[in-house]
Design a protein around this ligand. Sequence first.
Ligand code: NAD
Length: 434
Amino acid sequence: MKIAVIGTGYVGLVTAVGLAEFGHNVIGTDKMADKIEKISRGEIPIYEPGLEVLLKSSLKKGNLAFSADVNETIQASDIIFVCVGTPQGDDGSADMSQIEEVSRFIAENLNGYKVVVEKSTVPVKTSSWIKRTISLYKKSDMDFDVASNPEFLREGSAVSDFLNPDRIIIGVETERARDILVKIYERAKDRLLITNIDTAELIKHASNSFLAMKISYINLMANLCEKTDANIEQVAKGMGLDPRIGSLFLKAGLGFGGSCFPKDLKALIKIGEDLGVNMNLLKETDRINAERARIFLEKIKKALWILKDKRIAVLGLAFKPDTDDIREGPSIRLITDLLDEGAVLRLYDPEAQNNMKELFPEDKARITYCRTPYEAAAGVNALLICTEWREFFELDLKKIKGLMANPIIVDGRNIYNPDDVRKIGFEYYSVGRK
Ligand code: NAD
């Protein structure tokens, strides 16, 4: 069986490499020819730990290849994993134009039975639209199946998440498609959950929205802590010891970002509302998340009063550590707000600077990108922690203090112990604790 992976972004590239690692014959394709050219040379266009090594080894073994010809790739394959983007549309719903385009490409190149697998995150009922589109545009009477196999990898640990998943959800409506997908995931057969397609599609949106809700919940509790003598870190610890709650995703901070949670939450709200279901629980989750940036800005103002012409270092631009992805990152809103207030910024991130430069180009008067956190701290009136990269935990804070104009840290991720930093001489503001 030949597998095609359409779309070689964060999910598609990991899927192609991961399926090749499982021993399958895989061709990855993308409409961005320059991306394919780079990947074919064994270089990855994103930062993802461990991915480049596996890519290189599968390219060498010969069971993984890449082609910029989407049509030819479809024709040459029996199973097609669709990994294109499903970004947020203007009304909050998922923009399905990339999925529709790929469905037409598949229709036009349907030269034999194929299983079309939705790997992208899609609204429940999308498979019906894919089926209808392929049926409308196909030029042959060849048969096909659509299946759902949502992806749960996390950027930063995508390779191990793909190779050792908690669960593999397979949504199918025919035995034939079911048998093929079960065979593909033979290696992880103890973790398969086979459902109908609507269920599989909904599991993905339901999971992401639940995790987003957990983050907003702990941030709501952090707001309460800030008005009392309670400490959010201990509240979270105490809650997390209950196995029904669990300790993960109970980290108060700047809220969730990235290319998944914000858009998937909004998409599920829209899906529910279109179906006449009251989605207020998730709307509140979204509202609480949106106010995190304002609350953080208020803390910065509490420390500096007027931000105009204040020099401020921002450490961490990626939406979370171990990725170069800045999509929907809290840093974007923060930088926008600080620039609106007239602040002068010194920015640092170990991996995401180039992506951020596309949004906020270097500008001598207002925005400087720095090579190290220490360079960022030079002469600033305050230092902000926006992403909890490991290296920020290990900074030499005495040295940082010596470099800054005013020793003020506003920590949006609670990475330091308040007593420790205050002992060094910092004025320290964090989230949900004194
Ligand atoms: P991405 O934007 O990084 O990649 C999408 C790729 O698809 C791009 O390279 C684009 O050029 C390509 N593409 C678009 N239209 C195409 C077409 N017609 N033919 C060929 N290629 C085409 O997106 P991503 O982050 O990889 O996400 C893909 C999907 O997976 C989304 O639905 C997302 O919600 C979901 N998802 C993402 C993650 C994540 O952590 N990024 C995790 C789980 C699920």
